[in-house]
Design a protein around this ligand. Structure first.
Ligand SMILES: O=C(O)c1cc(C(=O)O)c2c(n1)C(=O)C(=O)c1cc(C(=O)O)[nH]c1-2
Length: 258
């Protein structure tokens, strides 16, 4: 099924009578069509990026693996910030009660240290220093811009659109499963204890994705809202893609000794 009229053609249109009646007449997608349009964004997902494909084929050298882990840490650290932004924009207590668990999944609690700590362990397993990751000075500008755009999106857009942007997690588990197999097979120099992050994510992501999908399907009742949800997901796919573009290219800035 193809996507119906893109949102831009509605919002950019002038206000002639025919355009207005066209807008009024446009029926919302059925739940099934809406879900199919969301899931169709899989074709933009970052599992198709050449850098991930080379990773899965065992073709990355240790420096490239370290560059990926160090830069992706900036994404990992930013996830609780964007989830806190969603919480702060959502006036519904029931939803906040569910959503808050995402922050705890990443930030952890005493005795259950969470995803950020697990990613730091992955960093140590590939030979990165914890302090260097936490300082974040080596994060590439393209990665910083892409990830900050996600946090900013979730701060400034209606909360349901921010929820829709999290739906890349529908596609995440398959990609993470393939990556885990590839890392264990092709990168024997990495201590396997470092891969715990991915194992935990394989349990959390399907639950997160299912909750967010049902919410988006239920709350986006007009065609405009449905289209904005699909656009939010496309935006998120572009951000993940841009992140990998920057990581693949690597450091190109001049060396500044200050
Ligand atoms: O490794 C990946 O490919 C990958 C992708 C994504 C994603 O699709 O956004 C997430 C994660 N990992 C992840 O670990 C994670 O915690 C996560 C949270 C979110 C989100 O948008 O709320 N996406 C992702």
């Amino acid at each position: 099924m193809s996507l119906q009229t893109p949102l831009s053609s509605i919002s950019d249109s002038n206000t002639s009578d025919s355009n207005i009646s066209e807008k009024i007449l446009q029926q919302p997608w059925t739940k099934e069509e809406f879900e199919a349009n969301l899931r169709a964004q899989h074709r933009r997902y970052h599992h198709l990026h050449p850098f991930h494909q080379r990773m899965n084929a065992g073709q990355l050298n240790p420096e490239e693996v370290r560059r990926w882990v160090l830069n992706r840490f900036y994404y990992q650290q930013s996830i609780p910030l964007k989830d806190a932004a969603i919480l702060s924009n959502c006036p519904e207590r029931d939803i906040r009660r569910e959503w808050i668990s995402r922050i705890i999944d990443h930030d952890g609690r005493t005795g259950s240290e969470g995803g950020i700590e697990a990613w730091l362990k992955l960093g140590e397993a590939v030979g990165l220093e914890r302090e260097k990751m936490l300082k974040g000075q080596a994060v590439l500008p393209g990665v910083r811009y892409a990830v900050d755009a996600y946090v900013n999106f979730c701060r400034t857009k209606p909360w349901i659109e921010a929820v829709a942007s999290s739906l890349t997690e529908l596609f995440g588990p398959d990609a993470i499963r393939d990556r885990l197999i590839a890392l264990e097979k092709h990168y024997p120099w990495i201590d396997k204890a470092g891969f715990d992050y991915f194992r935990v994510r394989l349990k959390q992501a399907p639950q997160d994705a299912s909750y967010a999908l049902n919410l988006v399907l239920q709350r986006c009742q007009t065609v405009e809202m449905q289209q904005r949800a699909v656009e939010a997901l496309a935006f998120k796919c572009d951000l993940l893609w841009s992140q990998l573009e920057a990581i693949e290219r690597g450091e190109t800035r001049p060396i500044i000794n200050d």
